[in-house]
Design a protein around this ligand. Structure first.
Ligand SMILES: [Zn+2]
Length: 301
């Protein structure tokens, strides 16, 4: 390698590292904001006022106790004033968001895709934890998410190969932007439609609601961001994850039920699947490995 080329390579590496560090710190900050959203939006509280305070004693949190991850570690997960436990969710959300932001840059480099998938990751982490904690998937996150997903497909046309496959010859009549928008729309409709039909069938069999409107809005959002091809990946993976979770849960309940003398049937009746958690998690999977999994799958044909 010529010295000038090596110098250019070194400079590129340094630039990449600076961007990765910046995105990690940005991710920590956005994760910290997500914690406020996760705690307050499902309870219909303002995310602006009052400022951060201890949920147990109400004492305002000092700025130096509000540093993402670090403060939680230094205070050993307790409030400085009343020593009440502070959930592990706070540093976990901050760290997860930071890792996902950095991963977006590592995967997609200095492109619009990094911006797009950082926003997508932010929304998904928020929805995942809100559904896990409260069973709500607030429209404050899902509806703007659908609009943003469609807007990004318009600004920055992405891999629309699945839609192109269905369009066949008709594709020649459309511009790349139109194909990309169509692909995002198809992803949104396929995602929401699939789970809508599945929950309809579930209702016919079990006579009770399996999924809610929040789940359909979440899959529509994921479809708009991911496009049709990766949405099919989510449609496949989310139910698999939910089934594995349900099996583990049933085994644990079966061993508990013998102790507390409630029948397994009764416990199952009252059980709700946090489906939003699995849709969010598999959508995150789709961003980073969905394309590779598709390639692997298609290599068999
Ligand atoms: Zn406190």
């Amino acid at each position: 390698m010529r010295p000038s080329a090596r110098r250019r390579g070194l400079r590129q590496n340094t630039l990449d590292m600076i961007f990765e560090c910046a995105l990690f710190i940005l991710g920590l900050a956005f994760g910290s904001f997500l914690n406020v959203c996760i705690t307050r939006i499902p309870r219909d509280l303002s995310i602006i006022t009052p400022g951060s305070h201890c949920p147990a004693c109400g004492a305002p949190i000092r700025w130096h106790d509000n540093i993402p991850v670090l403060s939680w570690g230094l205070l050993r997960g307790r409030c400085r004033d009343c020593r009440a436990r502070i959930s592990l969710r706070y540093p976990a959300v901050e760290l997860l968001t930071a890792v996902l932001f950095t991963a977006c840059y590592v995967w997609f480099g200095p492109t619009w895709l990094t911006v797009k998938f950082c926003i997508f990751s932010f929304l998904l982490v928020g929805l995942l934890f809100m559904d896990a904690e409260t069973g709500f998937l607030p429209r404050e996150f899902t509806y703007p998410g659908i609009v943003l997903g469609l807007a990004f497909s318009w600004i920055f046309p992405t891999d629309s190969s699945a839609t192109q496959f269905f369009l066949r010859a008709y594709e020649a009549h459309l511009s790349p932007v139109q194909v990309s928008l169509l692909d995002a729309g198809a992803g949104a409709l396929a995602g929401a439609g699939f789970f809508f039909v599945a929950s309809g069938l579930y209702f016919l069999i079990r006579k009770r609601q399996g999924m809610g409107n929040g789940d359909f809005a979440l899959t529509a959002m994921a479809g708009a961001f991911l496009g049709l091809k990766l949405t099919l990946f989510v449609i496949f993976l989310a139910p698999v994850m939910a089934t594995v979770y349900a099996l583990i849960w049933m085994v644990r309940q079966a061993s508990d039920a013998s102790r507390v003398r409630t029948s397994l049937g009764q416990t199952l009746q009252s059980w709700e699947v946090p489906f939003g958690v699995f849709i969010s998690a598999s959508s995150l999977g789709a961003v980073f490995v969905g394309g590779a999994v598709w390639q692997w799958y298609l290599s068999f044909f």
